[in-house]
Each structure stands twice: as C-alpha cells, then as structure tokens.
Design a protein. Structure first.
Length: 258
C-alpha cells in the first residue's frame, strides 16, 4: 500500500519556489539524471530483513504499514515535513530474509514498485546461516554475487535510481555473546563487501555499525540494541537520523537533515 499517493506536483504546489522538490537535477546531485518527468514525486522503498520489517502490517492499515523501526521514523519525518511533495513510502522488509531470499521476491517487492530511492539493509541473517550451519548458507563470494545481482537488477530497471546501502552490524549482547568472534568476523566481512558495492554502484553508504559504536559513549550497547542485532526504539532513532543525514547529501530536498 502507498502511504502517500503520487500527485501532480505542479498542480499541487502552483509556485516556483517548490522547485527544490522537482526532478531531475534540482533534486539529485547527479548530472546524469536528465530525463525524468518534472512532475513525478519520489518513491522511497525500504528493503531488508527484520530490522527493516519492524513488524510492519501486511494489510491496508496505514497506521502500521511502515512497521515500528527506522523506516517508519524516516517516512513519518519526511512525510510530515514535506506534505506538498507527494512522496510515496514502502516498507518491504521481511523478517529472517537473506540475500537469496531477497532475490526470490525482488521482482514483485522491488522492481515492480518502481522506486526512485531504494534503501537496502541485509546480511545479518546470511551470517546467522553460516554460524548455524544452515544447509542453504552461502559463502562470501556467493553473498557478493547475489547482492550485486540485486543492485544490477534495480539499476537496470531504473538507471537513475538512488541506492542507499546500510552496513550490517552485530554486537556482543544476549545470544550473540556465544560464538561472538565468528559473528563479528562474518559480519565485518559482509560489511566490507557492502562498502565495495557502494563504491561500484555509486550508492549512498550508511554505516550503522559506526553509529552504534559512537553511541556507546552515551549509554551501554544494550540500551541501543537489545539482543545484539535488533535495535531498541532509541537505536532505531539513531539509524533514522544517520540515514537522513547521509541520504541528504545526494537528495537536495532533504538537505535540512544534514
């Protein structure tokens, strides 16, 4: 379901002062974006696993459709601050998903939604599969290959898409204290791959791990992440702030969040 329906932007605003919301070059810091309709509003899509899912609704109830995590915080803030922009927000995170899981549903849950801004956070369940010796666990090379295929598919469908890649993270809290060295090593290896792909695809990189490392100067890690993987309410807020800060560097209309 669309949280905010698309609108004819020119008819909605009717004033020249709103050009900061219009595509192409007035919105993105990207000289290659030259062919989009100026009236088209931005569609934001959040993809990933349970951290993104946030217990989102699976029906048409607009009160729960974005879940209760960082994706909700971002959509609520941007939607409230720019009601005249006609932005659209989707959350298609699915708890437990790995890169192979995303590949299976990528067409329906990503490509068919035609996002202008695609935010992706995935990897920690891929690590879990390795640690738990799941029969379908994929090694680092397969993880990178699958992740790259996701990005290639999205970019092929929309060459002007803005990709926002979140770095997977884990901390030694709760069940993650067991086999901690392996959790840490495997997660860092996948974080390195995400950083590599961010450069390759000219994507925005959001270093959530660094956010939580710094946050420990103010409060213990279990204040921010309750089980080593899933953030608390406060942790999700930190994620939302960092996502907006980094994304605003490329999407000019969000510059107030820098």
């Amino acid at each position: 379901m669309k949280l905010f329906s698309r609108r004819n932007f020119i008819k909605t605003t009717g004033i020249a002062g709103t050009t900061s919301f219009l595509l192409p070059a007035s919105v993105f810091d990207n000289d290659k974006i030259t062919s989009r309709e100026r009236e088209k509003s931005l569609c934001f899509l959040f993809q990933g696993d349970s951290i993104t899912d946030g217990k989102r609704g699976r029906n048409n109830d607009p009160n729960h459709i974005m879940g209760h995590g960082y994706a909700f915080s971002i959509a609520s803030r941007v939607g409230a601050d720019f009601p005249q922009a006609g932005f659209t927000f989707y959350n298609r995170g699915v708890s437990g998903n790995t890169v192979p899981d995303l590949q299976k549903r990528w067409q329906n849950d990503t490509i068919d939604l035609k996002p202008d801004v695609l935010s992706l956070l995935v990897g920690i369940n891929d690590v879990g599969d390795i640690i738990n010796k799941h029969p379908e666990a994929r090694d680092l090379a397969e993880f990178e290959k699958g992740y790259r295929q996701l990005l290639n598919s999205a970019q092929t469908a929309n060459p002007d898409i803005v990709l926002v890649l979140g770095i997977p993270f884990v901390f030694p809290v709760g069940a993650r204290e067991k086999n901690w060295q392996l959790w840490d090593e495997e997660t860092k290896n996948r974080a390195t791959i995400v950083k590599k792909l961010a450069k390759e695809f000219n994507a925005i990189l959001v270093d959530f791990n660094e956010v939580f490392e710094k946050a420990q100067q103010s409060a213990p890690i279990n204040y921010w992440i309750w089980d080593g993987i899933h953030p608390t309410v406060f942790g999700h807020e930190l994620m939302a702030r960092e996502w907006l800060k980094q994304t605003a560097r490329k999407i000019k209309c969000l510059k107030k969040y820098t």
